[in-house]
Design a protein around this ligand. Structure first.
Ligand code: ATP
Ligand code: ATP
Lengths: 217, 217
């Protein structure tokens, strides 16, 4: 269990903060904007109103003892840089900051931030890579040209079993293995190939990328 | 080779446009802002100044014949929705739109957009999942709080079997299932729990997120 401070509760920062909390860590979520702080109540350990460029505030909150910091401030570039410099002076072991543009990113690297993220452009590149494989809702590469993909069950699969559809093994019709099925919020690993699929089910399929690309849409 | 129109050349849109062009597709990149259009010269097939809520403009540019559209407009929600509705009326086979908040996303789904992306919050969730474990290289969500992660075998696991390590089943020590092992460029699904792991192996682990989080780093 680690202690993390997340500064800036926009879409990126609140996403990081909530997820870290759900993963079991202690999350201090800070923002100058009261409404944003309020909306994090119950979703993080400790939502607090404050300005991260204020060294006293950070010290009073015990930030120097934290394991990591995520600076998710967006458009206020000087503020973002100043907060990162303060965190560096406090010797926070691991600092991640999001950059708004190229120059912002270079500046953050120069001041010693451990990891710089450009969330929008990184997601843009990711989208470009799976735009024409719409069934590959999510993709995780296992090896070059071999991966795992999450596929929403199309209408024509409903009420049929994996065996009937040709998914009983990688030697069957589609050349893919179904490693798991998600139904509602439950995940069944190594599913029964005679079970009938239902509308809304998601299949976790593993196999060669070119075979994943041939799934029906 | 496909024809794609990317509307909105902010960080997300320009990332998508450039990558698609680099992947070999024909990219029409549109924005109302001339400077942004100019900066895409040479990075996409055809950067054009225009307003995507103008049906005439879209038709004159041949957009109805395109294979896909990406609406990467950010803060102008009505504009984003209107552009998507126009694209739907033109029967574009595949439309992806980025949403600025939850309600925007729901609206886009309701009007029939094929895929809605929340780039910042999705990157935030991703960051949270690998913040403390550089070994957890990739993460794929199977269900809320349940996922699959690719983990590089740390030195202390080398020469030990999955059984010895506590990975023989989700009821074992780590509470995780090893769905596959990658060794070199080969992937073995449903691996033998008595096989000894080697340096450089990658494990595909499935289970509750908080348990994935407890893996050694
Ligand atoms: N010095 C600061 N201390 C604390 N919070 C700050 C500071 N400066 C900015 N913030 C907060 O950071 C948050 C994110 O910044 P902003 O909204 O400018 O970025 P954004 O690019 O829209 O973010 P996102 O893309 O993550 O939604 C805002 O809620 C803002 O109030
Ligand atoms: N109707 C429209 N037609 C074409 N382009 C548009 C239209 N409306 C907005 N845009 C453009 O969309 C781009 C992205 O929008 P905006 O800058 O509001 O979003 P953003 O959230 O900052 O984007 P990003 O996070 O991708 O950087 C802008 O360059 C803007 O000029």
């Amino acid at each position: 269990k680690k202690q993390v401070v997340v500064i800036g509760l926009g879409r990126f920062g609140s996403g990081v903060a909530r997820s870290l909390y759900n993963l079991g860590h202690d999350v201090l979520a800070m923002d100058v904007n009261d409404d944003r702080v309020q909306s994090m109540m119950g979703q993080v350990t400790y939502p607090v109103s404050g300005n991260a460029t204020n060294e006293t505030v950070l010290k009073e909150l015990g930030v120097p003892d934290y394991d990591a910091a995520v600076v998710a401030v967006g458009s206020d570039i000087p503020g973002s840089v100043m907060a990162c410099v303060l965190l560096k002076t406090m010797d926070i072991p691991y600092i991640v900051a999001r950059a708004t543009n190229e120059l912002h990113g270079i500046t953050l690297e120069r001041i010693g931030v451990d990891k710089v993220i450009h969330p929008e452009s990184e997601m843009g590149v990711r989208l470009a890579h799976n735009l024409f494989n719409p069934n590959l809702q999510e993709y995780l590469e296992m090896a070059p040209n071999f991966g795992l993909s999450r596929m929403k069950v199309p209408p024509q699969f409903v009420d049929k079993s994996l065996k009937e559809l040709g998914f009983s093994s990688p030697r069957d019709k589609y050349g893919l293995a179904v490693l798991a099925i998600r139904r509602g919020n439950d995940v069944t690993l190594n599913p029964d190939i005679d079970d009938r699929l239902r509308s809304g089910d998601m299949l976790m399929l593993a196999g060669r990328d070119e075979l994943l690309e041939r799934l029906p849409s």
